[in-house]
Design a binder for this molecule. Structure first.
Ligand code: SF4
Ligand code: SF4
Length: 225
């Protein structure tokens, strides 16, 4: 893949996004996980992504990679897939105001991610945060669930909230739906049922016991802008 130097003006924050991903990797470097190459049980068709991350993927690809992506979407578009009803920052806002969280349907058995090929990610260098943050201290394929230390979960939530905040004028949706949208329709998706408006951070979801541990990281994130 060829990374393009220029990004469209509505996605100026792509440059910050490119710094966020390695910062997250650094923040999680000490977390012991069993994840390894070709371990892909977490690569389902249920990944959620922001419009900023989608723009990063689409605008970083050369013609050949884009053609492959389009072909995969045409051949393997998941009929049944997770359609989120709220973003991470909306979830935080609901919790703050004591509103009831809507029920959501999500099932890993709905199928593999269309971008998985022989248990390897064809978007690996460009994969969205939802993929980068999938990790576990036990083998998910065997246990059926992931095990993540509480501090790692808090750190992941901070990054999720921050990435959405960066893209507060955009929206979020299932990776397949987002990549299938024409990039010029990002301002006005014509199938709103599939997409949710992003919002700014109402408050970071950091439990009291993690506040001092994440304070240096919050400064590093703030320094990116
Ligand atoms: S999250 Fe689970 S399935 Fe995914 S790489 Fe890690 S251990 Fe494997
Ligand atoms: S985009 Fe790549 S890393 Fe993400 S779920 Fe699909 S195959 Fe896995």
């Amino acid at each position: 893949m060829v990374l393009l130097k220029k990004s469209p003006p509505q996605f100026q924050n792509i440059g910050i996004l490119e710094k966020i991903y390695p910062l997250y990797e650094k923040a999680m470097a000490e977390t012991k996980v069993v994840c390894r190459e070709k371990c892909a049980d977490c690569c389902t068709c249920n990944v959620v992504v922001t419009s900023l991350e989608t723009a990063f993927i689409l605008h970083s690809m050369d013609t050949e990679s884009l053609a492959d992506l389009k072909q995969r979407l045409e051949e393997k578009f998941p009929v049944k897939r997770y359609i989120p009803k709220m973003t991470t920052n909306q979830f935080a806002a609901y919790c703050l105001s004591g509103q009831e969280i809507p029920d959501e349907e999500n099932n890993p058995d709905w199928g593999k991610c269309p971008f998985l090929e022989e248990d390897c990610c064809t978007l690996y260098l460009l994969r969205p945060f939802g993929c980068r943050s999938m990790m576990s201290q036990v083998n998910c394929g065997k246990t059926g669930y992931a095990q993540v230390p509480p501090l790692a979960l808090t750190i992941t939530n901070i990054f999720l909230q921050y990435i959405e905040h960066l893209d507060y004028k955009g929206f979020s949706g299932n990776l397949s739906d987002m990549l299938a949208l024409d990039i010029h329709n990002y301002e006005k998706p014509d199938t709103p049922r599939l997409f949710i408006r992003n919002m700014k951070i109402p408050r970071l979801m950091v439990p009291p016991e993690h506040r001092s541990a994440v304070a240096p990281l919050l400064k590093q994130i703030a320094a990116l802008t």
